[in-house]
Structure formats: C-alpha cells, structure tokens
Design a protein around this ligand. Structure first.
Ligand code: CDP
Length: 243
C-alpha cells in the first residue's frame, strides 16, 4: 500500500484485469472434496486457490483447553511455501497467526458453539496459490466446509475486500492492485443481516471513501454468498436426487 498509486491501475474506467470498479474476480466453490475430513471445501477466487478442512466437534484436547459452556473454535490459516512468488518459509508467522485469530473469531459469531461444551472444532485452511485476498477466500471456503461438516450455524459467513486504487474505490483487489494501491479493507459479513464480523484496514481512506468501500465489500460478500449457497445446493440436492 502506498499513499499514492505509483502504477497506473485504471485505464479508461477499467482495471488492468479488464474488470470494472465493482466487478469481483471469478469464484468457483466445490464442497466435500476431502474423504478424511468431516467437512471440506476447495475454492478458487481469481488466481487464489485455497482448501479448507473441518474436523469435529470432538473432545477438546489437551483437557485444560475445554470450556464447559461451549466448544473451542481452532482456526488455522496456512500459506503453502509454493503459494507465492518468492518461496514462503513454512510454518506459522505473525501474519498467519493474526489471520487465524480474527477468522476464528468471525466464525464464532455464527457457529452454535454452546451446543458442544468441552468440545473443539478444528478448521484448517491452506492457501495453495496466493494472489491477494487470501484471507477472504480462506474464510469463505471455511464457512462452506463447516456447512459441509453439518455443524450448526445461524448463517454462512461471506467475505470480500474493497479498497482504493488510482484514487478510486474498487472491490476485490488483486495482487498488482494490492501492491500498488492506496487502501485494502477486507470484510466478512453475515449476508442476511449485513452484520460485519471481520473488518481490517491497510492504507488510508476518507470517511466518505470508507462508506463506499464498506458498501462495495458488503455487496461483494453477498455475491460470494450466492455462489456458496449454489455450491452447497448442487452437492446436496445432487446427493438427494441420487446423482
Ligand atoms: O492475501 P491477503 O490479501 O488476505 O493478505 P495480505 O497480507 O494483504 O497479502 C496480499 C498478498 O501478498 C497475498 O495474497 C500474497 O499474494 C502476497 N504475499 C506474499 O507474496 N508473501 C507473503 N509472505 C504474504 C503475502
């Protein structure tokens, strides 16, 4: 992020990728891709590729982590070493710890944790290919994987970022836009109520720009939510129909 865009990212009203300011990248979602997890989801979002796996609810271990009132939500975001241009050192770092913490907190707003005292729910999301917006891709996939695991939730969570490039507010920044843009605001929402369960901001926006970015991210999240629902319907209606 820089205070001024140092590369021209919008030409004739179109972004370098050919998208309009309010266009999302293409998103594909496939639930139930792993046999050995209770729930799973593979998601492609532009050039991002992520896979989410859910295990549980199961007895929380070690025992001192148990909460007699509700389940513990363990969310682990991990970037594969080969997911980025320069090989990433394997293992956790400050960035992945932060993303894991806030994403787990966002999911805890919708998962009915109090139904499972002394249990834990593990959500692992691995980024196989990264092109900016991976925390949104990861959380959107995790939400579908939780549904695929049959874990009771009040809603799916959908995620989308908005930001500022070339002094214009746009939705869903890709890697060049993230590198050379002026602001990036990832958000996760409960689509029906528009309740915001995750919001971060990198860079600077005026109050008016922030309002526009928030609206664009919420609208973007709702589009993501439609794709999530469609993907789950295709899998489970297909199974009900014996496909
Ligand atoms: O991916 P997201 O936008 O949620 O997070 P970010 O910290 O804003 O990272 C933006 C992008 O930078 C990632 O999606 C990766 O493409 C890239 N990145 C990288 O190349 N190496 C890292 N260690 C971290 C991020």
């Amino acid at each position: 992020m820089s205070s001024n865009t140092d590369v021209q990212l919008i030409k004739n009203g179109k972004r370098l990728s050919g998208r309009k300011l309010e266009d999302l990248r293409e998103i594909k979602i496939q639930p139930g891709v792993l046999d050995n997890a209770d729930g799973s989801c593979y998601l492609e979002w532009g050039n991002n590729k992520v896979i989410a796996a859910v295990y549980g609810p199961k007895e929380a271990m070690p025992r001192h982590t148990q909460n007699p009132l509700k389940a513990v939500m363990n969310y682990k975001y991990n970037m594969a070493p080969f997911s980025v241009e320069d090989r990433k050192r394997p293992g956790p770092d400050r960035r992945s710890t932060e993303i894991s913490k806030i994403s787990g907190a966002a999911l805890s707003k919708v998962v009915l944790l109090e139904k499972f005292p002394n249990m834990q729910i593990d959500v692992f999301v691995d980024v196989l290919q990264a092109d900016a917006g991976t925390r949104c891709a990861a959380l959107s996939a995790a939400s579908v994987a939780l549904a695929d695991a049959g874990i009771p939730m009040t809603s799916l969570i959908a995620c989308c970022a908005a930001g500022k490039i070339d002094n214009k507010v746009v939705v869903d920044l890709d890697k060049p836009e993230d590198n050379h843009g002026q602001a990036d605001v990832p958000m996760a929402v409960i689509p029906r109520t528009e309740e915001i369960v995750l919001l971060q901001m990198d860079g600077h926006l005026t109050a008016d720009e922030f309002k526009t970015a928030m609206r664009m991210a919420i609208d973007g999240s709702k589009k993501v939510n439609e794709i999530q629902i469609q993907a789950l319907k295709e899998k489970y209606q297909g199974e009900l129909n014996g496909d």
